[in-house]
Design a protein. Structure first.
Length: 82
């Protein structure tokens, strides 16, 4: 992807999906990680911030961004504060 677009891909995932669905794979740690860290869903469709840092899966040293308000493209708003 990077060769064709000239831009590094970003992996967007939930910690539990990466840990269980991807067997906590560490093959992608050179890619940027955007981690979902949603709290309880509100009646207005948004999410309450969790207030705690997520578990960073797969051996990534850090995250590019945290999404605490809802997934991008799903009617929610990614958390652009970080």
């Amino acid at each position: 992807m990077e060769e064709g677009s000239g831009k590094a891909p970003i992996i967007y995932t939930y910690p539990s999906f990466w840990t269980h669905g991807m067997a906590n794979a560490s093959l992608f740690t050179k890619q940027h990680l955007w981690i979902a860290n949603y709290g309880t869903k509100r009646v207005d469709g948004g999410f309450e911030p969790r207030g705690i840092a997520p578990i960073i899966p797969g051996g990534w040293p850090d995250v590019l961004n945290l999404a605490e308000r809802g997934p991008a493209g799903s009617g929610g708003h990614p958390d652009a504060r970080r």
